[in-house]
Design a protein. Structure first.
Length: 200
């Protein structure tokens, strides 16, 4: 038995359908004997211990069971509800700030810029003068790797301007990362500074 905890993805649509079915049915079903599990108040992900064989645990793609993808009707209904909630939020914000215009639509360029800004902040950019930069080098590496995944997955689907922008941002982020890791390596190899001379 593996001691590594795994996350179980719970399909909320399944529970909703079961609740509707149970409320329509008046005859209670006999309870089946099942292993005792702690009940959770929310329908979100639960931490479970994988009791599968070690062979099955070695390949995470085989052990993860994802719920079925939402239907086109479910996606359309959710998108409509999301757009309505988003519009209500924007109306509230504009009522409090009448001079503010409508928010620009989210674009591919905006997505790439979000990754770029996040990576640069994680590498210490934007630190106010006189303050010591706070560097999250592992977080920066993850953000840059995500940009790489985005570049790989969108290859052939971008227009020339989008592809050039993505490749330029990825190049700049990787260069900044290499410069920063080079500085970190040099600082780690240097002997510590001698203590200041004591007062006599």
């Amino acid at each position: 038995m593996s001691d590594t905890p795994k996350f179980e993805v719970i399909d909320r649509r399944k529970f909703k359908a079961e609740e509707e079915h149970e409320s329509a049915s008046h005859t209670p079903e006999p309870e089946k004997a099942a292993p005792a599990e702690p009940e959770t108040s929310s329908g979100g992900p639960r931490l479970v211990v994988n009791e599968a064989s070690p062979e099955a645990a070695s390949d995470p793609e085989e052990t993860v069971e994802l719920p079925p993808a939402p239907t086109a009707a479910e996606s359309h209904e959710q998108k409509t509800a999301y757009d309505g909630a988003s519009q209500r939020l924007e109306d509230i914000i504009r009522a409090q700030n009448p001079a503010m215009g409508p928010q620009p639509p989210v674009t591919f360029e905006g997505l790439v810029q979000q990754f770029y800004v996040s990576a640069m902040i994680q590498m210490g950019a934007g630190t106010q003068e006189g303050q010591r930069p706070r560097v999250d080098i592992l977080g920066a590496r993850t953000t840059i790797d995500l940009l790489g995944v985005l570049a790989d997955k969108t290859k052939g689907n971008l227009n020339e301007a989008e592809d050039r922008m993505l490749q330029t941002v990825l190049f700049e982020c990787r260069m900044a990362f290499m410069e920063l890791t080079s500085m970190i390596s040099l600082q780690g190899m240097q002997p510590p500074a001698p203590p200041p001379p004591g007062k006599r």
